[in-house]
Design a protein around this ligand. Structure first.
Ligand code: DGY
Length: 321
C-alpha cells in the first residue's frame, strides 16, 4: 500500500488503530464520531479507495449503486456483515472483509454477563440499591434462577458460540447446540448436537444466540419457537436483534413462559425497544459485546491487515465477498 491510498474511516476507532492507519494510508477520519446519514456517507466516499466502516454504516443496494468507481474495498470493523448488501457489492466488484475471531472472547464475556444477570436479577437488584429502595431482606427476597448444572442451548456454534460453550462448562452447564454443520469432536468437546433447532429449544433452560443475521435466521426466535422452550427458560442475545421477534418475546416475558432475558442487541439500534424498559425481567446492554480496549485494537488491526493484504495484491484473509 502507499500513503496515496485514501482510506475513509467513518467512525472513531481505537487510538492505536487510527495511528496505525495514519502511518500507512491517507486517512479521512471522523473525530467527532458522528453517525453519517447515507447521503453524507456517500459524500465522504468521494475520492476514496477504501472504506473501513462499522456495523453502523449501512451499505444498502441503493447506496452501493451510488458508490464512486474508485472505491475498491470495504474492510469492515465487525464480524457481522448484515449491514452490507453483499450481492450488490459483489456486483460492483467491491471486495468485502470482516473481523472474525478477535472479538469472540469479549462477546462471550458479555453473553455470560447477560446470562448471569438475567438469571440472578442483576438489573432489578442494582436499581434497588442504587435508588435507595432496598428496605427489606428475607429468604424469599429477590430469588432468581441458579445457573450451575443447567442446560444451555447455543444456536450458532461458530467462534463466539464455542467460547460461550467453554465459559458455560465453567459453570458445569450441559452444552447443547445447533449449527449448520456438526463440529468435529475436538471442537464439540462433548456438546450435544441437535440438527433440528426445535429439538435444541426443547432442552434449553438457557438459550444463547450466536448466529449471524441472514434471511434464513431473521425472526428465528418467533412466537412459535419461544413456545418450544422449557417453561421459565432464559434467553440471551449478543448476536443481532433481527434474530428475535421482539413483540413475541415481550409477550413471553409478561406471561412468565420466559422467565428472563439478557439482551445486548435489538431490532432498532441505537435506542433499543422502549417496551422492554417496562419489564423488570430483562437485563439490557447497548450493543457492547466487543467493546473492550483489547478487542477494539484487535478489530482495528485485523481490518487494517485485510486492507494491507488487498493493496499489496494479496487475497485478504477475511474476505466475505
Ligand atoms: C460485530 O462485530 O458484528 C459486532 O456486533 C460489533 O459491530
Amino acid at each position: 500500500m502507499s500513503k496515496k491510498t485514501v482510506l475513509l474511516i467513518p467512525r472513531k476507532l481505537s487510538k492505536n488503530s487510527e495511528a496505525r492507519a495514519a502511518e500507512d494510508y491517507d486517512v479521512r477520519l471522523n473525530p467527532e464520531d458522528r453517525l453519517y446519514s447515507p447521503e453524507e456517507l456517500l459524500e465522504k466516499c468521494q475520492g476514496v479507495d477504501a472504506i473501513l466502516p462499522c456495523h453502523s454504516e449501512l451499505f444498502t443496494s441503493d447506496l452501493v449503486s451510488r458508490l464512486p468507481d474508485r472505491v475498491k474495498i470495504i474492510a469492515n470493523h465487525s464480524v457481522g456483515v448484515d449491514h452490507c448488501d453483499l450481492a450488490a457489492l459483489q456486483a460492483r466488484g467491491i471486495v468485502v472483509t470482516n473481523t472474525p475471531e478477535v472479538l469472540s472472547d469479549a462477546t462471550a464475556e458479555i453473553a455470560m454477563l447477560l446470562l448471569l444477570g438475567a438469571a440472578r436479577r442483576a438489573s432489578e437488584g442494582d436499581g434497588m440499591v442504587r435508588t435507595g429502595k432496598w428496605a427489606h431482606w428475607s429468604p424469599s427476597f429477590m430469588v432468581g434462577t441458579q445457573v450451575t448444572s443447567k442446560r444451555i442451548g447455543i444456536v450458532g456454534m461458530g467462534r463466539v458460540g464455542q467460547v460461550m460453550a467453554r465459559r458455560a462448562r465453567g459453570f458445569d452447564m450441559e452444552v447443547h447446540y445447533n449449527n449448520r454443520n456438526r463440529l468435529p469432536p475436538d471442537l464439540e468437546q462433548g456438546a450435544i448436537y441437535h440438527e433440528d433447532v426445535d429439538k435444541l429449544l426443547a432442552v434449553s433452560d438457557f438459550l444463547s444466540l450466536h448466529c449471524p443475521a441472514t434471511p434464513e435466521t431473521t425472526g428465528l426466535l418467533s412466537e412459535e419457537k419461544l413456545k418450544l422452550l422449557p417453561d421459565g427458560a432464559i434467553v440471551v442475545n449478543t448476536a443481532r436483534g433481527a434474530l428475535i421477534d421482539e413483540a413475541a418475546l415481550i409477550a413471553a416475558l409478561r406471561s412468565g413462559k420466559i422467565s428472563a432475558a439478557g439482551l445486548d442487541v435489538f431490532a432498532h439500534e441505537p435506542g433499543g425497544n422502549p417496551e422492554f424498559a417496562s419489564l423488570s425481567n430483562i437485563f439490557m446492554l447497548p450493543h457492547i459485546g466487543s467493546a473492550t480496549f483489547e478487542t477494539r485494537d484487535a478489530m482495528g488491526f485485523r481490518a487494517l491487515d485485510n486492507l494491507d493484504a488487498f493493496f499489496s495484491g494479496k487475497e485478504p484473509r477475511d474476505r466475505v465477498a
